[in-house]
Design a protein. Structure first.
Lengths: 193, 77
C-alpha cells in the first residue's frame, strides 16, 4: 500500500454518491455549515465565517492520498450534503474517519451508516486498510450512536483528551475501532449497515 | 411507576413512538426509530431525569431498554 499518489474516489450507494472533492466544490452552502454552531461544535471546531477562497484552500490542502476528502451527494438532485475527512497511515494500515453531515435536513436519515459502509468496503477491499478508527467526542451522542449501530468496537474513553474549542474545558473522547476481518464477517452475516 | 415503565416512556418519547411499540428486549438495531437523533434525545432526556450529566461510561453503555431502566433504577437507590 503506497500512499504517494492521489486517487480519485467515486462510490455509489442506494441514495448517495460519495466522491473526491475538489476546490471547485466549495460553495456558500458549505460556508454556511462551517459557521453553524450546531454543525461544528459536536466536532469540537469553532464555527467560523470562511471565505470561498479559504474553503477552496482547505479542500486543496488534502493530498487525496494520506489525507482524503470526499463529499456526500444526494443522488436525486446531486445536492452536496456533507463530507468525510479520512486520515491514513501507510505504516499502520489504518484509516481514521471524520464525518460532517452539514445539511440538517439529512440528520437522522442514516446517511452516515449508508455512506460509511461503502467507504469501509472501499478502503478495506481496495486500499489495503486493515483497521478503521473513529474518535468522536463522548458527548457527540449521534456520532457515538452511529459507530455502535455499525458494529464498531468501543476501545476506550480517553478522559479529558482534548480541549474544547469553545472555552477550554477538557473533553472526553472515545476511540472506536473496526478491524477489516470484523467488517467482512459482519458483511457475510448480513449484519453490516 | 417501575424503572422499566419509566424507561419505556422515556425511550418512546425520545424516539417519537408509542410506549406500546417498545418491547422488553428493545435495543439499538431492533427498532427503526432508534436512530442517531433519537439516541441523542434519549441521552439528554435521561440526563434531565437524573438531574446531571451522564458519566461517559454510563452513556456509552446505553444500548437497550434494560440499560435505560438500570440507570433510572440506580438513581432511586
Amino acid at each position: 500500500m503506497r500512499l504517494n499518489m492521489p486517487k480519485l474516489i467515486r462510490l455509489s450507494t442506494e441514495r448517495f454518491v460519495i466522491r473526491t472533492l475538489k476546490p471547485g466544490d466549495a460553495s456558500e452552502r458549505w460556508i454556511g455549515w462551517a459557521a453553524d454552531p450546531d454543525v461544528m461544535e459536536p466536532v469540537n471546531t469553532k464555527p467560523a465565517k470562511m471565505t470561498l477562497k479559504e474553503l477552496q484552500n482547505y479542500i486543496g490542502s488534502f493530498d487525496q492520498s494520506r489525507r482524503v476528502l470526499v463529499g456526500v451527494f444526494d443522488k436525486r438532485n446531486d445536492l452536496h450534503i456533507g463530507f468525510y475527512a479520512i486520515n491514513r497511515s501507510e505504516k499502520q494500515r489504518t484509516a481514521t474517519f471524520n464525518v460532517i453531515i452539514g445539511d440538517k435536513d439529512y440528520w437522522g436519515e442514516k446517511v452516515v451508516l449508508e455512506t460509511r459502509a461503502a467507504l469501509l468496503d472501499h478502503f478495506f477491499d481496495k486500499e489495503g486498510v486493515e483497521k478503521a478508527i473513529g474518535m468522536p467526542l463522548a458527548r457527540n451522542f449521534p456520532a457515538v450512536f452511529n459507530y455502535k449501530a455499525q458494529g464498531w468496537r468501543l476501545e476506550g474513553v480517553l478522559r479529558g483528551h482534548c480541549r474544547s474549542a469553545k472555552g477550554g474545558k477538557r473533553l472526553d473522547q472515545c476511540q472506536f475501532g473496526l478491524l477489516r476481518e470484523e467488517w467482512r464477517q459482519m458483511r457475510k452475516a448480513g449484519r453490516a449497515t | 411507576m417501575t424503572a422499566i415503565d419509566e424507561a419505556r416512556a422515556l425511550l418512546a418519547s425520545a424516539l417519537g413512538v408509542s410506549p406500546g411499540d417498545i418491547a422488553e428486549d428493545t435495543r439499538i438495531g431492533t427498532i427503526e426509530a432508534w436512530d442517531s437523533l433519537g439516541h441523542m434525545r434519549l441521552l439528554l432526556e435521561i440526563e434531565t431525569a437524573l438531574g446531571h450529566e451522564l458519566d461517559p461510561d454510563d452513556a456509552m453503555g446505553i444500548e437497550s431498554l434494560e440499560d435505560v431502566a438500570r440507570l433510572l433504577a440506580g438513581r432511586a437507590a
